[in-house]
Each structure stands twice: as C-alpha cells, then as structure tokens.
Design a protein around this ligand. Structure first.
Ligand SMILES: C[S@@+](CC[C@H](N)C(=O)[O-])C[C@H]1O[C@@H](n2cnc3c(N)ncnc32)[C@H](O)[C@@H]1O
Length: 481
C-alpha cells in the first residue's frame, strides 16, 4: 500500500484511463464506478436543468478504443482477453470494443485499490454478464462478494413491453473486494411492516414498547441450565417468579417449572441470568406459567441488508440535477457506509454529476472523481456548496497525476542495451533490423498520457519511427501510417 499521490477533493476532467495510470498502486479504499452501459444511446441533460449541456455517447465501435490496448490485454490478462473474444463472437464488435474499454480501466482500478479495499461496478443487463466475467478475470472469482439487484424504477410499460418481454426495472451492482481482509460495516434496514405486525404482536401497557416473546429453553445442555424455575400465579392472574435467593416461600405455594433430559429441553440461560431478566422485568409468562423473554423491537438493529434493494427510489425533487443517468445519493450512502470508514479515500472514475463525491463528503470520507465532461466539476462544486453553505472549491485538474510509488527508477535510457538484446535489434515500429546506435528508447504509453519509466512501459524504436510516433500511442501512430 502507498499514500495517494493526489489531494482529496480532486476532480479531473478528461479520460479516466490516463488519470488511473498516474495514480499510485494500493492507495484507494473504495471505488464505485457507473460507466456507460453500452446502451447504444446518446445521453443529454434537458435544457434548463442544472446539468444542461452535459451529454455522453454510449455506443461503441473499434474506433473508440486503442487496439494496442487490446493486444496488451492478451499479455496482461489472458482470461480477460478470452472473455472479450467470446463476447465478440456472440455479440459482435460493438460489445468487443466496449469490453476492451472497460478491461484496461478495470486493470488499473485493481492496481490502485488497497488490499483492504472494495469496488462496486454499476451495470445493467446490456453487458452485465460479460462484465461479471471481466471482473472475475481482473479481481479474481474468489473476491466476488455479491451481485446486488437495485430496483431503479417502478413497473412501467415502455416500448420494449410492446416487444413482448418483461419490464426491465433493475440495475446490477457487482461487489468485489481486493483481498481476504476487506473493510465491512454491516448495514441494517427497517423491518418490513408485515414482519413487525406478524412477530412483534405484543405491546407493553406501561411503556407502549412493542415486543415479541423469545423461547427461554434450548435443546442442548450447556453450563448451569438444569434447574427448577419457581413461579406463582398472583391473585390478579399474572404469573411471577420467586426471586428470593433462598427460595424461602413454602413449597406448596409454588409451581416448579422443570426442564431436563426427560423433556429434551434445558434452560437457555443460567439461573443467575434468569434472575437478572426477572429483575429487569424482561420475563413474560404464558398461561402455563412458562417464562418467555421480552425481545423489544426498538432494541433490534433491523434486518441485515440483503442483495435485493427495493427501497431506494431514483433521484427525485431537489436532488435531481437533470444529469442523464444520475444515481440517487441514498444508493451511494449505503455503499460508502458499508465498505469504507471515515477518512478513507473514495474514488469515482466516471463521476458524472458527482453523486458519489457528494455522498462521500457527507460521510466524512476523502474523495476524488474523474469525468470526460467538464460539467462534473461545476456540478460537484454546486452540490457540495449547497450542503456546506460555504465552499472552497474542488481542485479541478486536467493533467494526470505522476506516480510517486515507483521509487527512483533509473533513467529510462539505461534500458537501451537490455531492450536491444530482447528485441534482437529489431525496431518495434517498422520491424527492421538496425545497428544499436540508431535505436532509441520509447515510452509505449507516452509520459504525457500517464505512462511511466517502468521497464514494462519501454520499447526500442529506430530514430525515424520514434520521431514519427512522438506523443502518440502505438495504435494511434499505426492508424495514421
Ligand atoms: C452513467 S454516467 C455516471 C453517472 C453518475 N454515477 C452520477 O450519478 O451522476 C457515466 C459517466 O461516464 C463519463 N465517461 C464516459 N467515458 C469516460 C471516460 N473515458 N473517462 C471519464 N469519464 C467517462 C460520462 O461523461 C458520464 O458522465
């Protein structure tokens, strides 16, 4: 793990790949990404909304991706490469292009995540099945935790219904962790009213508190669990326990509620504990005199959150910015609470109108975002200003950060001899053999695009090819030949 090489409250405008490549390894606690879904649509914010002017294209061809990156995937992650190849065969080049775009970015996200970190990928049925396989390839199938179904809208009849199919009202959140020990804060939600009515059927007259009756016997013996519990019916009909330590009252005035092997039941608690319950008024008696434990509804944490989320509506009312595909703050609040702690770094590499960043800010997390659209910076400023009343301004950036976790790498030119040997004197550009003096060390991914001096990012080109390639990626340069 290393320290982040960027300040909290940074927002980059630009392609997230270059920015991700510039971020130090293992320095982010939580990544939430809500990328384009490959929906074959152009999204535009309505004129007059806070987000007016924002738009993004979600239709893909091979021209949208760097084919060099596709080749690079074959070396870096053969499993991901195979998934993409399978998608090309079953779905065509649009899906292939989209998945290449996603895979190279997911690889960077895996690299920058802390070993205790988590990632949530928001998608839908358009490409979710392929994205699950890509995530398995990049993060490891064993690190998959849950696929959450978020009910994003109420039942509707859209044009697709006319095409004879079920209405699509759910999105999917694929939740993965980086390693064996990840940050997790259990989240509880309110009980279903039907469950409350069905189980918490009793109300205490004096306090109005609702409770359910809990069994005080158990099937397995353990410790001090085999004793008589003495109860007596009072004149008013209520049963009471004899709480005198010595059980002094004449025996015939009391009934003894026995448990034991003959009934295959034992008390679930020791006698001391039972007395404590009785003193606290937590025992309630059945008509037989059998004590039960009062389990109060207001003491229960709620239901542990499950993988079906139907209680969060889309962003409505004042929260709505008009940004196409805006997600609700409550959704991000839930994710951030569960998978990070105060002070942790949360990153959204497709931050749109900055929902994640606003939610993270409210929960006192550090945060950073990236989006192609410059409007994201303005929206996060506006939205957080509304929250805080006064706002110092997010740091708006356009240049990718420079990695500081690589130590002091030797000057990249010192790799010339090694590379000459490995490439057997052949220029990667024109594939021609040259004498050593003509060869120059080139950054495969230019430094201006987040490429580093790391040996993996270096190759030898002849001086002619190197001059011609200049600040471009190999694919851009090849495409221009
Ligand atoms: C589905 S929206 C995200 C919406 C966001 N979750 C919100 O609540 O506002 C996807 C966003 O990804 C951005 N985007 C698409 N390609 C990108 C890229 N290569 N780098 C950075 N952002 C990108 C789009 O501009 C768009 O804002």
């Amino acid at each position: 793990m290393s320290a982040p090489n960027f300040a909290s409250e940074s927002i980059w405008t630009g392609d997230n790949l270059a920015v991700l490549r510039g971020i130090n390894s293992g320095c982010v606690d939580l990544i939430y990404l809500d990328p384009p879904f490959n929906s074959n649509r152009l999204y535009e914010a309505p004129i007059g909304s806070k987000a007016a002017g924002a738009s993004f294209k979600d239709a893909w061809t091979l021209d949208d991706v760097d084919v060099y990156e596709h080749g690079e995937l074959a070396d870096r992650n053969p499993a991901a490469y195979s998934v993409i190849e399978a998608a090309r065969q079953s779905h065509g080049k649009g899906m292939q292009s989209y998945l290449i775009f996603m895979a190279v970015r997911l690889l960077e996200m895996q690299r920058i995540l802390k070993s205790t970190g988590s990632i949530y990928l928001h998608c839908d049925t358009t490409a979710g099945h392929y994205l699950k396989l890509l995530m398995d390839s990049v993060f490891g199938a064993a690190n998959f935790k849950t696929s959450i179904a978020w009910k994003r809208s109420v039942a509707h009849s859209d044009t697709k219904q006319g095409r004879k199919q079920h209405g699509r009202i759910q999105d999917t959140l694929l939740f993965y962790v980086a390693g064996a020990r990840w940050t997790w804060n259990p989240v509880y939600v309110d009980y279903d009213p039907e469950y409350v009515d069905g189980f918490y059927r009793h109300t205490e007259t004096e306090t109005g508190r609702r409770y359910r009756k809990g069994d005080l016997t158990a099937a397995k013996p353990g410790g001090d669990t085999l004793y008589d519990w003495r109860v007596k019916r009072r004149k008013d009909g209520d049963w009471v326990a004899d709480l005198e330590d010595e059980w002094m009252a004449p025996r015939d005035e009391w009934e003894y509620l026995g448990v034991g092997p003959y009934r295959n039941r034992y008390w679930a608690y020791s006698k001391t504990k039972m007395r404590e319950f009785a003193h606290q008024g937590r025992l309630v008696y059945a008509s037989t005199g059998m004590p039960n434990y009062k389990r109060y509804l207001d003491e229960m944490p709620g239901v542990p959150l499950q993988d079906l989320w139907t209680d969060i509506p889309v962003a409505l009312g004042k929260e709505r910015t008009g940004y196409p595909t805006q997600k609700p703050l409550a959704l991000l609040d839930r994710i951030i609470r569960a998978s990070s702690n105060e002070g942790d770094m949360v990153l959204d590499p497709f931050c749109g109108c900055a929902t994640t960043l606003v939610a993270a800010d409210r929960l006192r997390r550090k945060w950073a975002g990236i989006d192609l659209s410059a409007l994201a910076v303005k929206l996060v400023d506006d939205r957080i200003a509304e929250d805080r009343g006064l706002w110092g301004g997010a740091t708006a950036l356009t240049q990718p950060p420079k990695r500081t976790d690589l130590g002091t790498l030797p000057n990249y030119r010192t790799h010339r001899h090694r590379l000459y040997g490995e490439q057997e004197g052949v220029c990667v550009g024109c594939e021609t053999h040259f004498p050593f003096r003509v060869m120059e060390v080139d950054h495969i991914l230019p430094r201006s695009r987040g490429g580093t001096d790391h040996p993996d990012n270096l190759q030898l080109l002849c001086s002619g090819c190197n001059r011609s390639k200049a600040g471009r990626t190999m694919a851009e340069w090849r495409a221009a030949q």
